[in-house]
Write a protein that binds this ligand. Structure first.
Ligand code: S3P
Length: 185
């Protein structure tokens, strides 16, 4: 493990993808491997606001939430960590620009069907709290897939892939990415 950390020194991956794709859980494993802290942007937002995500949406609306999200993204990017972002991070142009300036960005790509099975009925996610989860995720996927794609340096296809395999895939990509950066490719 010590070897891996040395090889991937100064590599601070950012995970993006729709809600339920496993950004936090895979992020936690990745952070452990890289011996970095995991920063979960939703948790940072909740700590800064002093209330839950549904409460932020209720009190400030989605726009208020996005404002806070952009501000804290700016603060967290570039820090020595693995950064797990919220699913809507790519909705603002300024965030997409910031993400592109802080590679490597890894998109955990999963189908709405896969995600709906994982997060249906989650009351902590205001965008799906009213039900009809699959339909909502399909709409979000249509809007956001091209945006994730535009920001991502690597796409990890979720689905049948076990977390262990996902981690192996990401570590393989990171090594290759770091090598190509060194060579100025
Ligand atoms: C959101 C995803 C959530 C959270 C908020 C909005 C979105 O994060 O930031 O509920 O717009 O997709 P997760 O992707 O971690 O669930």
């Amino acid at each position: 493990m010590a070897k891996k950390k040395k090889k991937l020194k100064h590599v601070y991956p950012v995970l993006v993808g729709l809600m339920g794709a496993g950004k936090s859980s895979i992020g936690r494993r990745l952070a452990h491997k890289l011996k970095l802290p995991l920063v979960d942007l939703d948790e940072v937002i909740v700590a800064r606001a002093g209330c839950t995500i549904p409460q932020i949406f209720e009190q400030r609306g989605e726009d208020g939430f996005r404002e806070l999200e952009s501000q804290l993204l700016r603060e967290c990017l570039g820090q020595p960590s693995v950064l797990a972002t919220g699913g809507g991070i790519v909705m603002r142009e300024q965030n997409r620009q910031l993400l592109k300036e802080h590679p490597p960005v890894i998109w955990l790509k999963a189908s709405p069907e896969f995600l709906a099975a994982r997060i249906d009925g989650d009351s902590n996610r205001p965008l799906i709290a009213a039900g009809d989860t699959l339909n909502k995720l399909q709409t979000l996927a249509e809007i956001r897939y091209p945006l994730y794609e535009a920001c991502a340096d690597h796409v990890l296809p979720r689905g049948d892939m076990k977390k262990k395999e996902a981690l192996r895939d990401i570590l393989g990509f990171l090594k290759q990415w770091k090598r190509s950066r060194k060579q100025g490719v």
